[in-house]
Write a protein that binds this ligand. Structure first.
Ligand code: 6LW
Length: 511
């Protein structure tokens, strides 16, 4: 059966997958965004529904002062003996921890902190029920993959620690997962760093402590030598066997929006079938290549995929797909289901302020070609700025908003890149309702507004390159979000939608 990649588009990196019966679950890293670690559910590996988050309380996820792309790094999700476990790293606050829940939808426990540095922790259970931890780490000056026995309910370390591998020759050996398959321990890791050198390797041993022997056809997943192809930076994979005995890999990768080595959608989650060689080594995709369109023995019939969102704020609670930047103050987000409005109470914390929690709600941009539309109650909005934004982080965002200059109300359009903010347009409006629009494609974001059903007026555009991960002044791992925001006063929203407008699945670099 054919399916399209990415299966979870937009900034959803570092996927980890587990299966319970015929239910599959994937979690992703979330960095400075709150709530943390989304849980997606599927029965066919193609249609994924967000069913909640593991970290929904500040006591689980402290993000105060978190730098851009700090916070929550790669998670691992596992299920054992009636309990779900999610283990991850808060690089801004206390490091590695594990939470558990009997129900995948929560409530999840408070963090059980683990006395081990490094990132990318994972868990596995041996046949005798012993639970083992692995992550990156350094012991006696040797940096590699650290393994030890652990109590997953408490985080207590139960054995000596050992660096069991320094990888298969690449730099930045990380994202480890250990699997017990046919009596052997398979250690799969990402190497090369999460950019254009990213790739996946695997090795195996008769003991979890090693020595490990590398797969003869490593790397088992790599687009390092696929320059010019749209999908790049494949790596950080996790394996799962479906209920029919077919194996699958999920991994992160990104899609270049043009022939330039730039991506603005972030690292996304991709799916590939896996087959095993006669001598017991996995082959991912087409000998380590994955594609936008792939074929495989899916565990259930795929349904049409839709990544649109349309909010009219009549729902009793905010859509869980909308994320806050760092720990939010709930008082700043006032939902009125009866009136069908969302009032954002902006403070003096602007969306350009580093390490803060401005009044902003955002969702991942799911495709190159989209239309964002928001209707605002202009008469009730008195913020210095309130509107929508193509928002990467506080240093990189293109904003379209209502503002006031004394008694006059106007629509403004500004672009912020690095330490430069430029006001591109400021047009007076005299209306009770205004519709703000962002149209995106493989080249740029176009900003326009519409008064009371009149013809939309285009105010300008901003290039995708200005919101690309490669262009950020610090190392970042996220992707462009579409946001509603308010600064110094109220912004009253009546609707917010993101619609994918991509028609043909144009594969820019199709060979
Ligand atoms: C992730 C690690 C990585 O934890 O980036 O570059 C981190 N590699 O595997 C954030 O995605």
């Amino acid at each position: 059966m054919q399916y399209q990649n990415p299966i979870i588009p937009g900034y959803n990196p570092d996927p980890s997958i587990c299966r319970v019966g015929s239910d599959f679950y994937i979690v992703n890293s979330t960095f400075e965004f709150f709530p943390g670690v989304p849980i997606y559910h599927s029965r066919n590996l193609v249609n994924w529904e967000l069913i909640g988050h593991c970290l929904t309380r500040r006591s689980q996820l402290e993000l105060e002062g978190c730098r851009n792309s700090g916070g929550i790094y790669a998670p691992t999700l596992r299920y054992h003996d009636g309990m779900f476990y999610m283990i991850t790293t808060n690089v801004t606050w206390k490091g590695n921890f594990v939470v558990h829940a009997e129900d995948i939808r929560g409530p999840w426990s408070e963090p059980c902190w683990i006395d081990q540095g490094g990132i990318d922790p994972s868990l596995m259970w041996d046949d005798d029920g012993t639970c083992y931890y692995c992550s990156t780490g350094t012991i006696d000056g040797v940096r590699g993959i650290v393994v030890f026995a652990i109590d997953p309910m408490t985080g207590q370390i139960l054995s000596e620690k050992k660096v069991v591998s320094t990888g298969c020759g690449g730099q930045c050996t990380e994202g480890p997962h250990i699997y017990k398959i046919n009596g052997l321990y398979y250690l799969m890791t990402a190497e090369g760093g999460t950019e254009y050198g990213h790739h996946e390797t695997i090795q195996r041993s008769e003991s979890i402590w090693g020595p490990y022997v590398p797969c003869p056809h490593n790397p088992i997943l790599s687009h390092v030598n696929r320059k010019g192809y749209e999908i790049q930076a494949t790596g950080h994979a996790d394996l799962v066997e479906d209920q029919n005995g077919n194996w699958w890999a999920v991994c992160l990768a990104y899609r270049n929006f043009s022939h330039a080595l730039l991506h603005n959608l972030g690292r996304e989650t991709f799916l590939s079938p896996v087959r095993w060689t006669e001598d017991g080594w996995p082959v991912i995709g087409n000998k380590g290549y994955i594609d936008l369109t792939m074929d495989g023995p899916l565990p259930a019939e795929p349904l049409p995929v839709c990544h649109d969102i349309a909010l009219d704020f009549h729902e009793p609670s905010l859509d869980p797909r909308m994320l806050y930047t760092r720990n939010p103050n709930p008082d700043h987000f006032e939902l009125n289901p009866q009136a069908g409005s969302l009032t954002l109470h902006g403070t003096d914390v602007t969306i350009s302020q580093p390490g803060a929690s401005p009044t902003i709600l955002s969702i991942q941009q799911p495709a190159f070609c989209t239309q964002v539309a928001a209707t605002m109650d202009a008469g009730s909005s008195d913020a210095r700025r309130a509107g929508i934004s193509a928002y990467y982080n506080n240093d990189y965002h293109y904003d379209l908003y209502l503002s006031r200059d004394g008694e006059r109300q106007y629509v403004g359009f500004t672009k912020s890149i690095h330490d430069m903010t430029v006001e591109i347009a400021r047009v007076p409006v005299d209306t009770s309702s205004v519709r703000l629009l962002i149209d995106s494609d493989r080249e740029k974001y176009t900003f326009s507004y519409q008064e009371d059903g009149k013809t939309p007026v285009v105010l300008g555009s901003g290039h995708n390159a200005g919101l690309s991960t490669e262009g950020t002044k610090t190392m970042t791992f996220t992707g462009t979000m579409f946001a509603m925001f308010a600064e110094e006063g109220k912004g009253v929203f009546r609707s917010f939608s993101v619609q994918v407008t991509e028609n043909a699945r144009e594969d820019l670099h199709a060979k």
